[in-house]
Design a protein around this ligand. Structure first.
Ligand code: BYC
Length: 481
């Protein structure tokens, strides 16, 4: 099958869902479009709307070649609606309906639950664009500037993806939710975004890399779980979104790697052996490793909150209904119904952190979170390999899951990075040992000076190993207007 043939690329909304024949949905989306563009102008990348950016645009859903690269002004980006190809005879693969035909329409009894999942997913996409909107002003290179904008336009496309599902399958209330997605604002005290981590600031580029490493990886896990959905249009949408998501995590992982590499190189050149000699390292115009660790602590703990509560009836119901599965459900060897059986969950029991076996269905948020932590550790291992290659005695470690939490049982206590419960007073005293302090923030802020010269990079970050789309090091990724 030639999947390219199914994509209508010339209309106002490129798509492979037959919008041309679907007049009602097309009209609804065309009506939503101007509001989206207003939102993009108001809340999208500040100061670069007229610049020409070397971006990839999804033009097909063929895994072998789905994107084309070209210069685009961001407001003219083609935000298309692309679903992974329909799998013939796809079945619901878990929950009470396991083995039944996957649904092409919303099952009435699950309508509210499904809408909630889609709205929460949709809400995170524009939120991240809002959080990152000032970063262009301090980009460490044109390469990084382009990557930021690539991530931003694709998060915009992911919003379109969720809005399509709302408009197509949820009638008037779907339309209202689609509007509301353009009204909420990250960090706004009156109309905040729905999940905590998406109301935090992304104040500097190290935070941006940590966000794309840790928070986009939550995105990956949640999308993987929704890609299992028995509601086929949601599954197909998420499967295609995951193709784009991989680049976002690449930006995060390689971004942090390049920061670490530059720091280690500068330390070596200056003959500094002690990674904790923060003052000496900072004088070199690079970010000391303990501060990198604190940023990781911050973004990892905020991202853990996105997995919800330890014990979750919502998660149990969504699995039972066949709407949200587990990570790589099809590879797991059990009955895929989980009506019996348990899962070990770290809980707060009488003030102590202990493992407890809970009904497998109730522990699903934590199961996904455990898979997430394992996935996070893979890249952390690669960061440590870089440090090791310079013979510097320092290891980046992910903090304990009880550390710095705002959602779930551990929100009730203060814990150090090793998971020891500590008093409020001790927490206040040691907080800056674990999380960036005002002076850490000021130092990083001071380093964040834009570097827009062709092929040049800011002092605190190494160049990438290879260019985007195999372009040479001095390629003009953004023609700043
Ligand atoms: N903040 O039963 P529980 C991405 C609420 S990131 C605020 O544990 P559940 C991206 C919860 O709503 C992926 N409130 O919840 C990354 C519930 O309230 P109600 C985004 C929270 O449903 C980077 C109550 O607490 N996608 O794509 O099992 C850039 C009870 O909680 C939070 C999804 O998240 C929180 N953190 O789990 C761009 C997928 N956590 O409704 C994009 C869809 C919980 O009872 N969402 N609450 O009043 C879900 O699967 C689930 O809703 C959650 C929460 C995992 C978020």
């Amino acid at each position: 099958m030639n999947m390219l043939m199914n994509v209508d690329y010339d209309g106002m909304i490129p798509n492979n869902v037959g919008l041309n024949q679907d007049v009602r949905v097309r009209k609804a989306l065309e009506k939503w479009h101007p509001g989206y563009l207003d939102w993009w102008q108001d809340m999208g990348p500040e100061g670069f709307q007229q610049s020409l950016v070397y971006l990839r645009t999804a033009v097909s859903v063929d895994p072998k070649g789905w994107a084309k690269f070209d210069y685009v002004r961001m407001p003219e980006y083609k935000w298309g609606i692309l679903l992974a190809p329909q799998v013939e005879d796809r079945k619901v693969s878990f929950g009470a309906h396991r083995g039944e035909k996957a649904w092409q329409e919303v099952p009435g009894e699950y309508r509210a639950m499904l809408r909630r999942l889609i709205v929460i997913q949709g809400d995170t996409e524009p939120a991240s664009v809002e959080q990152q909107r000032y970063l262009g002003k301090t980009a460490p290179s044109l390469y990084d500037l382009r990557n930021l904008f690539q991530v931003n336009v694709e998060e915009g496309r992911h919003l379109w993806a969720m809005v399509y599902l709302l408009q197509k399958y949820f009638g008037a209330d779907g339309r209202d939710e689609a509007e509301a997605l353009l009204q909420r604002r990250s960090g706004d005290p009156d109309t905040p975004r729905m999940l905590g981590a998406f109301n935090e600031k992304t104040p500097d580029w190290l935070s941006f890399f940590m966000f794309t490493y840790f928070t986009d990886r939550d995105g990956k896990m949640q999308l993987e779980a929704l890609a299992q959905s028995g509601f086929d249009p949601l599954s197909r949408t998420c499967r295609f979104m995951l193709t784009e998501e991989a680049h976002h995590m690449f930006v995060g992982e390689t971004g942090v790697t390049r920061v670490i590499e530059r720091t280690c190189q500068a330390m070596k050149d200056a003959g500094i052996e002690d990674p904790n000699d923060i003052e000496a390292v900072r004088k070199l115009g690079v970010i000391d490793l303990p501060t990198v660790q604190k940023k990781a602590n911050m973004h990892f703990s905020l991202s853990l909150d996105l997995f919800g509560n330890e014990i979750s009836t919502n998660a149990a119901n969504a699995f039972h209904a066949g709407l949200k599965g587990r990570f790589r459900e099809e590879r797991l060897k059990d009955d895929h119904q989980l009506e019996s059986g348990t899962y070990p969950v770290l809980r707060l029991i009488d003030g102590k952190i202990e493992n407890q076996d809970v009904p497998a269905l109730s522990g699903l948020n934590m199961r996904l979170r455990d898979d997430y932590v394992a996935d996070c550790n893979v890249g952390v291992g690669r960061w440590n390999k870089v440090i090791e290659s310079f013979n510097i005695p320092f290891e980046i470690k992910l903090p304990h899951v009880a550390f710095h939490r705002h959602i779930g049982e551990f929100a009730a206590v203060k814990a150090d990075v090793d998971g020891n419960v500590i008093s409020d007073a001790e927490w206040e005293k040691r907080r800056i040992e674990f999380l960036p302090s005002d002076s850490d923030r000021e130092f990083i802020e001071g380093l964040m000076q834009p570097q827009y010269e062709l092929g040049k990079f800011a002092s605190w970050i190494a160049p990438p190993k290879v260019g985007i789309d195999n372009k040479p090091g001095d390629f003009e990724y953004v023609k700043i207007a």
